[in-house]
Design a protein around this ligand. Structure first.
Ligand SMILES: Cc1cc2nc3c(=O)[nH]c(=O)nc-3n(C[C@H](O)[C@H](O)[C@H](O)COP(=O)(O)OP(=O)(O)OC[C@H]3O[C@@H](n4cnc5c(N)ncnc54)[C@H](O)[C@@H]3O)c2cc1C
Ligand code: FES
Length: 269
């Protein structure tokens, strides 16, 4: 049984990442529950000290420094919970549970990795990419595609460029980088990729993940996808986040407990 203890952390910064103000990065310190957080895992955040909203909100870990216990979350303001988070200031307290869920696997060093991040799917793949590079994975073997609707929806571009991997930004409206859907940018790259040596990793909106999974299955690529679902409990007990398996119809997974990372072809998106 996983240890589940809420802990109160201290906000050390909370800043806007783009001019429209929709994207923020919050950093907290004092995260002592775990000395190890792996890319793909998430924290369940109580955004209000009272009970409104009642349920916690799930956020992927965008970075973690085990020496200080500093944990970063990159988030987009979409509703009540994320708006409350957007008003947090340095010195405020934030109640977290985690790390929860599973994580992306570490592939062999001879593999070529293609990471496909759409919108708020960026944080876990940014963490994964940094983690692999820090553990000696060759940067020349990683391609990172990152897409948003328009240029103001793309954040952390400087950090992404600093990674030194092949970086392909895309926007639906052509205002920055490749003009078109991220899966179209990937299709344009497919002729350069060796199916047997390449693994795909994705996180982003469901339609993007569905298209990515279909493309991967059609061309025979292996890899992993991080899924999202509403998560009332986050610990596997409420069944609020179930999805049907693709490989075993009428069998179900709990995204929070069995995932959020699943192998390509495992879950119906
Ligand atoms: C494992 C996991 C990791 C996540 N990581 C991140 C992250 O790193 N950064 C980030 O910005 N967001 C992330 N999310 C999504 C985040 O949990 C939601 O944006 C958040 O719960 C919205 O809360 P709210 O109160 O602001 O919005 P609500 O008022 O609850 O909802 C506002 C709108 O957002 C939609 N929405 C709510 N939850 C989700 C969801 N889970 N997926 C898609 N749409 C949703 C609702 O349908 C509604 O349209 C993650 C979700 C999961 C399950
Ligand atoms: S959120 Fe309750 S089982 Fe997944």
């Amino acid at each position: 049984m996983r240890k589940i203890i809420p802990q109160v952390c201290r906000v050390v910064s909370n800043r806007k990442l783009n001019s429209s103000g929709a994207y923020f990065k919050i950093a907290v310190e004092g995260f002592k529950l775990s000395k190890r957080i792996l890319p793909g895992q998430f924290v369940h955040v109580k955004v209000d000290p009272g009970n409104d909203p009642y349920f916690r909100r799930a956020f992927s870990v965008a970075d973690f420094d085990k020496a200080t216990g500093r944990l970063d979350i990159i988030y987009k303001i979409v509703g009540k919970g994320t708006s409350i988070l957007g008003n947090m200031r340095k010195g405020d307290s934030l109640d977290l549970i985690g790390p929860l869920g599973n994580h992306f696997n570490k592939p062999g060093k001879n593999k070529n990795l293609v990471m496909v991040a759409g919108g708020v799917g960026l944080p876990p793949l940014l963490f994964y990419c940094r983690y692999l590079l820090n553990s000696g994975y060759p940067s020349k073997n990683i391609m990172f595609l990152y897409g948003g609707r328009t240029n103001n929806e793309l954040v952390e571009l400087a950090s992404l460029r600093r990674l030194g991997v092949e970086f392909i930004p895309c926007t639906d409206d052509g205002s920055y980088g490749f003009h078109g859907l991220i899966t179209e940018a990937l299709k344009a790259k497919l002729p350069e990729l060796d199916t047997n040596k390449t693994m795909l990793f994705g996180c982003g909106p469901e339609p993007m993940l569905e298209a990515l999974q279909n493309l991967a299955i059609q061309h025979g690529y292996k890899g992993q996808l991080s899924l999202e679902a509403p998560m009332p409990c986050g610990i596997g007990v409420c069944l609020g986040c179930i999805k049907e398996r693709l490989d075993r119809p009428k069998k179900y997974v709990r995204v929070c407990y069995d995932g959020p990372v699943f192998n390509i072809g495992e879950v119906k998106i």
